[in-house]
Design a protein. Structure first.
Ligand SMILES: [Zn+2]
Length: 255
C-alpha cells in the first residue's frame, strides 16, 4: 500500500515527462532525496503550483510505494522560489553548483542530513556579499563531506600521527602527511597553516564569523577540497550512478 507523506522539499532536478508531466528529484526534510512523478504539472490546472523549477522550496505531499524508486507528487505549496538567486548571475551559478554537489553525492533514498545544509546555504546565498560566495560554497562542500564522514584530516599526519611539519595533502590517505612520512617530495598537494586552519574552522563556525581569507589561501583551500571531493566521487559508484540515471529506466507507479 502506498504511504502518504507530507514534508518540506527543495527541487534539485527535473525532467519533462510526456506532454504535460515532469519527473522531479526533491531533497526532502523527512526522507532525503526522492524521485517523484508530477503528473500534469504543465497543465493550467494542477495540484502542485507547477511546473516545478529548480531551487524552489515548498511543502509537498508525496505518495510512495515500498520497492518503487519513483513516487507520486500529490500536492505542493510553494514557500519560496529564492527570488534573489534568480536576479544575480553569480548567486544563481553558485546555487546550481550546490545542487550539482547534492545530486552527485546523494543517491535516491539518501541525503537525510543534506536538506538543512542546502536550505541554510540557499538562504545565506541570497544575502551574502558577492565576494564571499566562494567561501560559502567551500563551507557547503566541507559540510557535505562531514555529513558523509569524509572530513579531510588536517590536524595530524595521517601516516604517523605527528602534528608537526605537516607539508602535503594526499587524497588517497584522506589528509595531511608530514615531511618525514612523504614517499616523494611532490606527493599530493601543498598545504600551509592558514589553509589548514580555514578548512578546520569552516564546519564548526557560522559563516558570518569566518573572516574572509586572502585569495591565495581561499584558492588553495578550494583546490584541496576539489581534490578530496574528486577522489571520493570517483570512489563512490552509487553517487555517480544517481546523478546520471536516465528517466527511461524508472518504473511508473499506478494510480
Ligand atoms: Zn608523518
Amino acid at each position: 500500500m502506498a504511504e502518504r507523506i507530507e514534508t518540506d522539499a527543495l527541487v534539485i532536478q527535473r525532467f519533462p515527462y510526456g506532454e504535460s508531466s515532469q519527473v522531479v528529484h526533491l531533497l526532502t526534510e523527512a526522507l532525503g532525496r526522492v524521485a517523484v512523478l508530477a503528473r500534469g504539472s504543465h497543465r493550467p490546472k494542477n495540484s502542485c503550483e507547477g511546473p516545478l523549477d529548480l531551487l524552489v522550496r515548498g511543502r509537498v505531499t508525496l505518495s510512495l510505494l515500498a520497492g518503487r524508486e519513483l513516487g507520486m507528487l500529490l500536492a505542493r505549496r510553494i514557500a519560496t522560489d529564492h527570488p534573489a538567486l534568480r536576479r544575480h548571475l553569480g548567486r544563481h551559478t553558485a546555487a546550481c553548483a550546490l545542487l550539482q554537489r547534492v545530486l552527485h553525492f546523494e543517491p535516491v533514498g539518501g541525503g537525510h542530513g543534506a536538506y538543512p545544509l542546502l536550505e541554510r546555504a540557499l538562504l545565506a546565498l541570497e544575502q551574502i556579499a558577492p565576494e564571499r560566495i566562494e567561501l560559502l560554497r567551500l563551507k557547503f562542500d566541507v559540510g557535505l563531506l562531514e555529513l558523509h564522514g569524509l572530513r579531510p584530516d588536517l590536524d595530524q599526519c595521517v601516516r604517523c600521527g605527528s602534528p608537526r611539519r605537516l607539508a602535503r595533502f594526499v587524497t588517497s590517505d584522506g589528509g595531511v602527511v608530514c615531511t618525514h612520512c612523504l614517499v616523494r617530495r611532490d606527493e599530493g598537494a601543498p598545504v600551509d597553516g592558514a589553509t589548514a586552519a580555514l578548512l578546520r574552522g569552516l564546519p564548526r563556525t557560522p559563516l558570518r564569523e569566518v573572516a574572509s581569507p586572502s585569495p591565495p589561501v581561499l584558492a588553495r583551500a578550494r583546490r584541496l577540497v576539489d581534490l578530496h571531493l574528486g577522489w571520493h566521487a570517483d570512489a563512490a559508484p552509487d553517487a555517480a550512478r544517481a546523478s546520471s540515471r536516465p528517466t527511461s529506466r524508472w518504473r511508473l507507479p499506478r494510480g
